[in-house]
Design a protein around this ligand. Structure first.
Ligand SMILES: Nc1nc2c(ncn2[C@@H]2O[C@H](COP(=O)(O)OP(=O)(O)OP(=O)(O)O)[C@@H](O)[C@H]2O)c(=O)[nH]1
Length: 686
């Protein structure tokens, strides 16, 4: 069945890690392998805890739009860059916080920044590392953020680099590249909700990177919290003894002071040699309108300072370093960055496309071998974006260019639609990513856009052997080409999904999955009440409203995570919508043959409801594979043309009615159906 290469996060890890020494009944059954015992130390006694007075910070930048909120928290500016040379590898710890969405990563990051004096203690510190407006509005992390902290423990000063990561599956790429800069991670689990789908997925990401994993239960202050039960789940699922699990409340600041001592004791210091030639991994970047591109680096060996000339392995381009520094938590210049540290550089890089994530930098005169890097993020969901007002095209074009400067995972291509005019076809990592992009366009750039139904990339295999990936229904081969055997195979992308839910919803969830062409692989129990199910879906089935349906079927208790699982052959057809015989391209879709009648009927009925009655009859037809699958008619609204004709000769009335009939005929002939903007959009707008 599977036609393309299967790239599974789990299968990737299966060959990149050693198999377990001890049995891991639950997850080995699910994922085909089990983890080795994780590196853990004993709980260190909390002693000698002493905060280092905040180092005076310098910033050469005006706060950007996104960081304006921090302005009130900035420490007094100074001209002197920070000297962090004393922090050799043994006194550095690089760690991240990973968790399911909303389990409290950003809140814990706030507390750790306060505890170390990196930000002032302030009742208004809420998810300080969520800098984007959209993150604050939605209460979710979209972009991983790095913050450096200074901390004294047992008489020794440490430089701790924390990376707060997003929890939502659309942004798991952010998580995986952030982990490449760390040696350890805090696996945070909400003690009232227990292990969820992204807890499992993120655990395996960290495990695959061979990171030390520190299990922490959050929200122990909640009345519904059951830390013992959740600690048992962690032991069963990940083979981490319950005695290693720390219970905290990030919100109420309970036991948070035990977190950093554990990080120092259990996360290994970074490897690296300060005397070796400079070698650094670029793992994130963003565009700052004042200084250009800012690159976040993990310094593997050697050191870098202002004035150095460095070279990109990826492009061979030379750059002069204008500034180096750490995120403290904003950009704060330092004298150098050296082996083991995580920090930023500003060089004469003009566009974000030059900052290739996974690139290796080296000194001009000391070439080094490149680091392994990352597989680039791939757009999986494509949508047409059009300006609501066609006169806004140029402004929207500018806004999209600016926004994609800071989000290189969005792919952009121009597109024209007969119904919606000139626009773009954009590719996103998932539908939440798409929605976040739309919200940012509207709020940060004050533009109004129409987004068409998302589609996934399909593959067409032709008789001559060549393969084409298509991203719009317009590119789908004509059904005559398919029947003439010019096309030998049609394929759609699939995902391997993990769903975790309470047992009482098993029946309802199985039914929902089968409606979405799901192939269930297995299910097992996390504990006596919770089920972990693994299955394969066609990606097209989950990009629209599957998650909302899953939440509603499980009263909000189910969680869901997925990853690409290659392509499979599929019986696909293109569905066309005709309004008075004219195709409306913005409503066309690629669907599975088994669903054509249901989707076609539903679409025709919805269109009928929103098309206003005209002075003539309007026929709505949905066709697929050369046949009409649904038809609806909007009857004509009869205008009383004789209303003003009081009394008089009957032939005068007849003449007016005759004239009206002629007019209707002409309009019908032209096919000039007026689709009211808002009504029409309500069908295609998400
Ligand atoms: N009662 C209680 N609530 C908490 C605690 N920690 C976090 N919260 C709340 O949980 C919600 C989610 O917290 P966040 O810190 O945004 O969670 P997150 O994991 O960063 O979320 P994403 O970045 O979207 O994945 C917020 O309303 C927090 O106030 C805690 O210890 N106790």
């Amino acid at each position: 069945m599977s036609a393309g290469p299967i790239s599974s996060r789990w299968s990737r890890y299966a060959y990149s890690t050693t198999l377990s020494r001890s049995p891991l009944p639950l997850l080995r059954a699910s994922y085909g392998f089990s983890p080795v015992t994780l590196s853990r130390g004993s709980l260190a006694a909390v002693e000698g805890l002493n905060l280092i007075p905040p180092v005076i910070k310098t910033t050469l930048f005006k706060p950007t739009e996104l960081t304006r909120r921090w302005a009130s928290q900035k420490k007094p500016a100074s001209k002197a860059p920070l000297d962090i040379n004393e922090y050799t590898t043994d006194r550095i710890r690089n760690f991240s916080i990973i968790a399911h969405i909303d389990h409290g990563k950003s809140t814990l990051a706030d507390r750790l920044l306060e505890l170390t004096g990196t930000i002032d203690k302030n009742a208004t510190n809420k998810q300080v590392l969520d800098k984007l407006k959209v993150e604050r509005d939605r209460g979710i992390t979209v972009k991983a953020q790095t913050a450096s902290m200074f901390y004294e423990y047992r008489g020794q000063r440490y430089l701790l680099n924390l990376i707060d990561t997003p929890g939502h599956v659309d942004f798991s790429y952010e998580v995986s590249r952030s982990l490449a800069a760390c040696q350890g991670t805090i696996l945070l689990v909400d003690s009232s909700q227990g292990i969820q789908a992204q807890t499992v997925a993120n655990f395996y990401l960290a495990f695959g990177e061979n990171l030390a994993i520190l299990p922490i239960l959050n929200k122990i202050d909640l009345p519904g919290a059951d830390p013992d039960k959740v600690a048992n789940q962690i032991e069963k699922a990940f083979e981490i003894p319950t005695s290693d699990v720390l219970g905290i409340s990030a919100k109420s600041n309970i036991n948070v002071d035990q977190v950093l001592p554990r990080v120092i004791d259990q996360v290994p210091p970074p490897q690296g040699d300060i005397r070796a030639p400079f070698k650094a991994l670029l793992f994130d970047s963003w565009y700052d309108s004042y200084v250009g591109v800012v690159c976040l680096l993990r310094i593997v060996d050697g050191q870098v300072r202002r004035g150095d000339t460095i070279v990109s392995h990826h492009s061979g381009v030379k750059y002069e370093v204008m500034e180096v520094g750490i995120m403290y938590p904003e950009q704060s210049p330092t004298v150098t960055l050296q082996a083991g540290q995580v920090g930023y550089i500003v060089c004469n890089m003009k566009t974000i496309s030059e900052a290739h994530v996974g690139d290796t930098f080296y000194h001009l005169k000391q070439r080094v071998d490149p680091l392994p890097g990352f597989v680039p993020a791939k757009s999986m969901v494509f949508s047409g974006i059009f300006p609501v007002d066609a006169g806004e095209f140029a402004r929207l074009d500018e806004s999209i260019k600016k926004l994609t400067l800071n989000d290189s995972s969005v792919s952009v291509q121009k597109e024209t639609s007969n119904a919606l005019g000139q626009g773009w076809r954009l590719g996103f990592l998932g539908t939440l990513h798409m929605d976040v992009f739309r919200q940012r366009l509207e709020e940060e750039y004050d533009t109004q856009v129409i987004i068409t139904q998302p589609t996934v990339p399909y593959r067409i295999v032709f008789a001559d052997g060549h393969t084409k990936t298509i991203r719009t229904p317009a590119e789908f081969p004509d059904h005559t080409e398919v029947s003439a055997r010019k096309v030998v195979d049609l394929q759609e992308p699939t995902v391997s999904a993990t769903i975790i839910f309470p047992q009482e919803y098993l029946g309802a969830i199985l039914e929902l999955c089968s409606q979405h062409r799901c192939e269930q692989q297995e299910h097992s129990f996390l504990d006596e009440t919770r089920v972990l199910m693994r299955c394969v879906f066609p990606m097209a089935e989950i990009v629209n409203d599957f998650y909302e349906k899953l939440k509603s079927k499980s009263s909000g208790y189910a969680s869901f995570d997925y990853e690409e699982a290659g392509y499979m052959s599929s019986s696909l057809v293109k569905m066309n919508v005709l309004v008075n015989s004219r195709p409306v391209d913005a409503l066309a879709a690629i669907v599975h043959r088994s669903q054509v009648d249901r989707i076609g009927r539903d679409l025709a009925q919805r269109l009928k409801k929103v098309i206003k009655r005209q002075l003539f009859e309007v026929a709505i037809q949905v066709s697929a594979a050369g046949r009409v699958v649904a038809r609806e008619t909007v009857s004509a609204a009869r205008k009383d043309v004789t209303a003003k004709c009081y009394g008089g000769d009957v032939t005068r009335k007849m003449k007016l009615l005759q004239k009206q009939k002629q007019g209707k005929k002409r309009m019908k002939m032209v096919g000039n159906v007026e689709l009211p903007q808002e009504a029409f959009l309500s069908v295609i707008k998400r």
